[in-house]
Design a protein around this ligand. Structure first.
Ligand code: 173
Length: 325
């Protein structure tokens, strides 16, 4: 509860619960955080969602936007959400495998979120969210954007032997299977790692490197892309359950609008960044035929093997729900 709410509550009590005061005191304030730099592509959807909630929720519900990685390290957001230190977060599953390892499986979905919400896959995953994080996913933004390997040195085949790459859990098993040495960092450390030559490249989705200045240090993008990036709005269940139906609806409506509307945004952003990379002289290394097949098969097999090893009961179920039929 914010200091202002406590103060208002006290004022309302002193005034003998006047109607206007009571209505004002009922405004609930949720603490919101993003695990990506503010105003960059991975945060903009969430920032629009907050604006929408605060506009339609006036006097009823408000999200207090605390900010991004300057306020909280990205790999701590899941724990903060689990413990109710924050109520609502913009985050990707790879950043909270320290809470439960299955969170990273979203990257392996080959069915749309609309399909997963129908076929039971979403509900199955929400059971794990509830049990292990006391949380629920409200909206997935990215769902048709692959990741790529970005490099400072060229390669000619799907073999990363001798290269040191920056990773998150998204890329660990795959890059390791291709022979790379890997080093995990938050996005905020990638620029310096490239600048100092500590890494020869990194994993990242199709869009976003210009937001972070990484294009200055990047010479190659490897195609095809692999997996599907996931960035979502996740809410603490205790905080959610305290809301009344009207407050829940304001949030749920804004979330549905975000999830359904984001596919047009990501398509446009991805196309724009591919053009910008060309213009910036970033060359494409494209695997074709058997090399491309091997590359993608290694990507999915290595990642599923990793998840199933860590989660022998849920892993195979998720693979069934998430894989293309
Ligand atoms: O590379 C990353 O930091 C990462 O895991 C990620 C996941 C989703 C969107 C953007 C980056």
């Amino acid at each position: 509860m914010s200091a202002r709410r406590i103060a208002m509550g006290a004022a309302v009590a002193a005034a003998g619960l006047g109607w206007a005061g009571l209505a004002f005191a009922q405004e609930v304030v949720l603490r919101g955080i993003t695990s990506f730099a503010e105003k960059t592509i991975n945060s903009r959807g969430f920032e629009g969602f907050i604006d929408k909630v605060n506009e339609t929720g006036k006097g009823k519900i408000r999200i207090n936007y605390i900010g991004g990685p300057k306020a909280m390290p990205p790999f701590e957001v899941g724990k903060a959400l689990q413990g109710g230190v924050v109520d609502i977060a913009n985050v990707t599953g790879a950043f909270y495998t320290n809470v439960f390892p299955e969170s990273d499986a979203w990257k392996l979905t080959q069915n749309s979120m609309a399909e997963l919400r129908k076929n039971g896959g979403f509900d199955y995953m929400m059971g794990i969210y509830k049990e292990k994080m006391n949380a629920m996913m409200l909206a997935r933004q990215f769902q048709n954007t692959p990741f790529h390997i970005y490099l400072t040195k060229p390669i000619t085949k799907p073999d990363l032997t001798g290269l040191k790459l920056r990773i998150t859990p998204v890329y660990r098993e795959f890059f390791s299977a291709l022979g790379a040495t890997v080093v995990q960092t938050a996005p905020g450390e990638v620029y310096t790692a490239l600048e100092r030559g500590v890494v020869d490249g990194y994993g990242w989705p199709t869009a976003g490197i210009f937001d972070l200045g990484w294009h200055e240090k990047t010479k190659f993008r490897v195609d095809p892309g692999f997996y599907r990036a996931e960035v979502s709005v996740v809410v603490n269940l205790t905080s959610w359950n305290k809301l009344n139906d009207e407050q829940k609806k304001i949030i749920a409506d804004a979330a549905a609008e975000l999830e359904n509307g984001f596919q047009a945004v990501e398509a446009k952003e991805n196309a724009a960044d591919i053009e910008k990379m060309k213009a910036a002289g970033i060359q494409t290394i494209e695997f074709k035929g058997a090399d491309a097949d091997k590359y993608l098969k290694t990507a999915y097999d290595a990642a599923w093997d990793g998840i199933i090893k860590q989660s022998p009961v849920h892993g195979p179920k998720l693979r069934e729900f998430f894989s293309a039929k």
